[in-house]
Design a binder for this molecule. Structure first.
Ligand code: ADP
Ligand code: MG
Length: 702
């Protein structure tokens, strides 16, 4: 018997090469295979007899091979395999193209099962390129009944995958983890049965009931985790930080711009939360450029006016430096000590703060954080990795929240529990997470049930709209000429490439190719830079720095890279194979331009002439806000697809729908019941284990 942890290499038929290929699509254990659901099914449940075949239908037949031979097409370009199949009712011609090996696999006299499309040919009715299998081996798994289809990677076939999955379904010990009470009250299939039915259903109803069980699982575990966090928070305490109303008003009126109403409302909600003893857990959502930083700064200022410390943690060094520089400027008139902590740089606004060596400077800074002299600390992951101690960390803000994991948030909270008292009282700082992902409120509540949400739904006034165009291949040359002209005026360009090959997870291949093309063929005279996810942080930062300094004119990047930084001189966002991206994601790319004085452009390249695709892309030219675009996207695609690429933390829902409110409600109620009954989950060891697994997989939350 296999266990879920059994390595794929222990299955029959999996050698090193195949294991490597399977790994490319994330399959390395039996568990991975069990949960690799089909994306569609072929219904070959009706077996036909040859005499009744009608053109333009998909069917399954069984018969005997009368004749099989390879020929070449008249122009010798193509191998053709022709076979004659018979059953009791008649004979049928079958052909395959460019698969000469088929004539080696099937022989005259074999009993075979075929599934495929029947067409009319000059010679009568034929079957073209059917899936075939010999029946000598037993019952058909590829050509009869309801046949699962899986997403594949190069050099793995549906047949291979089905073979492996049928192995693990037959031979795995699948233990039930849902408590019996839930299975009964929700009338759900046992897990083993659901997994069997989702892969190899006997009929369409099997798919339905299997889906219900597996979807319930996904939603239930999210709800359970939410409830656990909520429960924990209920028992923890923060330091109440009263709203220093007058000082904040003065500060706001001293700003070089007027806050938008949405910014005011969000700040107000945050400041009220912070005044409570119950820890704030708020998510601040706002489009790229909507001005979240200033809201964060107002919260940090309120904390420091209460003599408390605040940290702002961001995902990249460049972003940390930018935040430090702009916050330092905005706080000039205030008498507040701030500092920057990244792995490569530590600095502060305290005057004359340089020691003899870098190490000493760092130590002196750390000392001042520990003593509480420094109030606002801005930094990267270094904040939690370094041996940093705080005096009284009462506010933690996480920018680009989806880039951080639960673990990292936990470490930060742990660091704030610096006294015995705080440890014992489950002290928790007020937490504010920020994101640019436009998740509608109703949806956010279902996923982040334990968070409060503030939304900035308007842009600061005076932004010049970005001109967006869908560009067909015919106009590519013109687009290059246009770009060249802007670069001659000293402006800069982003080029984003999608991951074309799903096994090329980091998108290195496509970015490399695009970079070479632009660098060697199209713009050999210009300096071009390249960014992808496999580069070292230091190298990435160096490239971005060169781009900021206008040394690099065109920056070619994967979508994996988020350039959350301000590059006001970049005026063109060019996106290759734009149809590969969701609208919300395209919108985020677009948000990287239009931040400076130049008129900015977003050019969406596509080779597609599919009308649906073009309508979808066209929405980009009509709407300038992320929420509208996300809503349109959600109509066409599931939330997992819409947000998966934007939000690493977005729960990976393979099968559940976030719009299945009935099932969500059921999952939430069951989760609440469990927590009420036994909040430690000590009586539900399988649930406890599941939650642990979830945290380990770095399921990120707000
Ligand atoms: P994001 O929400 O993407 O983090 P930022 O906070 O970086 O956006 O703000 C984008 C830019 O808009 C910054 O240069 C900031 O100074 C400016 N900004 C923020 N709020 C306003 C406002 N109310 N009026 C004008 N400019 C603003
Ligand atoms: Mg920001």
């Amino acid at each position: 018997m296999f266990t879920p942890e059994t390595k794929i290499t222990e299955l029959s038929g999996v050698g090193e090469t195949i294991a490597k290929r399977l790994k490319l699509i994330g399959l390395s254990t039996v568990r991975d295979l069990l949960y690799y659901y089909p994306f569609r099914y072929d219904d070959f449940s009706k077996t036909a007899v040859i005499k009744d075949l009608k053109p333009n239908t998909s069917v399954n037949i069984t018969g005997q091979v009368e004749l099989i031979q390879n020929t070449r097409s008249p122009r010798k370009r193509m191998h053709i395999t022709e076979a004659l199949i018979s059953d009791d009712s008649g004979q049928l011609k079958v052909i395959w193209f460019n698969q000469p090996f088929i004539a080696k696999n099937i022989h005259e006299g074999d009993k075979i099962s075929l599934a495929g499309r029947v067409e009319n040919d000059y010679s009568g009715i034929i079957m073209k390129s059917p899936v075939y299998e010999k029946l000598s081996a037993g019952t058909a798994v590829h050509t009869q009944g309801i046949i699962p289809n899986y997403h594949l990677t190069a050099n793995i076939t549906q047949k291979q995958l089905r073979f492996l999955i049928s192995q693990v379904i037959k031979q795995s010990a699948i233990s039930e983890w849902l408590p019996k009470q839930i299975l009964e009250s929700q009338k759900l299939l046992p897990l083993a049965e659901a997994l069997k039915k989702i892969h190899f259903p006997q009929n369409l109803n099997d798919i339905e009931i299997a889906k219900k069980r597996l979807a319930f699982d996904e939603l239930f575990i999210i709800q359970l985790q939410s409830q656990l966090i909520k429960n924990e928070l209920r028992q923890s305490q923060a330091t109440p930080l009263p709203f220093p109303e007058e000082a904040i008003r003065d500060f706001v009126s001293s700003l070089p711009f007027k806050l938008t109403d949405a910014q005011k409302k969000a700040s107000w909600e945050i400041l009220l939360d912070m005044a409570k003893q119950e820890p704030m857990t708020r998510l601040l959502e706002g489009d790229v450029g909507s001005g979240k930083t200033i809201v964060a700064l107002i919260a940090m200022l309120a904390a420091s006016l209460n003599n408390a410390q605040a940290v702002l943690m961001v995902p990249t060094e460049i972003l940390a430096k930018q935040h430090f520089a702009s916050i330092q400027k905005l706080l000039q008139a205030q008498n507040i000590n701030i500092c920057l902590i990244t792995h490569s740089e530590q600095k502060t606004n305290l005057p004359d703060f340089t020691e003899k060596s870098k190490a000493k400077t760092k130590q002196a800074l750390f000392d001042k954080i520990k003593s509480g002299e420094i109030k606002i600390i801005i930094g990267t992951h270094a904040l939690i990795q370094e041996k940093l101690e705080f005096a009284n960390l009462d506010l933690a803000i996480i920018d680009e929240q989806h880039r951080f994991g639960v673990e990292q948030r936990k470490i930060l909270i742990d660091k704030s529990r610096n006294t015995k008292d705080k440890k014992q009282n489950n002290f928790t700082p007020h937490l504010l997470s920020m994101t640019a992902t436009p998740i509608p409120r109703s949806l956010a509540l279902t996923i982040y049930g334990d968070l409060d949400i503030s939304i900035i739904n308007e842009m600061p006034p005076g932004r010049r709209p970005i001109i967006t165009r869908v560009v067909s291949e015919d106009n590519r040359e013109k687009a290059y000429a246009f770009i060249r002209n802007l670069i001659a005026q000293n402006q800069q360009v982003f080029v984003i490439c999608p991951l074309i090959d799903i096994s090329d997870k980091m998108g290195i291949k496509s970015v490399n190719e695009e970079f070479k093309k632009l660098d060697k063929e199209i713009f050999p005279d210009l300096k071009i830079g390249m960014l992808h996810g496999r580069m070292k942080a230091k190298d990435k930062d160096a490239i971005i720095q060169d781009f900021i300094n206008n040394k690099i004119k065109i920056l070619v990047s994967t979508s994996v890279i988020e350039v959350g930084v301000d590059i006001p001189n970049a005026s063109v966002m060019m996106i290759e194979a734009a149809d590969h991206f969701g609208l919300a994601q395209l919108h985020q790319f677009r948000g990287r331009v239009g931040r400076g004085e130049h008129q900015s452009y977003c050019l969406l390249f596509t080779e597609s002439d599919n009308p649906n695709t073009l309508v979808r892309l066209d929405a980009m030219t009509k709407y300038a806000d992320g929420f509208s675009l996300a809503k349109i996207d959600l109509k066409h695609r599931g939330p997992g697809e819409v947000y998966g690429a934007l939000q690493k933390g977005f729960p990976e829902l393979k099968i559940a729908s976030l719009f299945d409110y009935t099932l969500i409600k059921a999952a939430r109620e069951e989760a609440e019941k469990i927590i009420k009954e036994n909040a430690t989950l000590n009586n539900f060891s399988s649930l406890k284990e599941k939650i642990k697994l979830l945290e380990k997989s770095d399921y990120l939350r707000g």
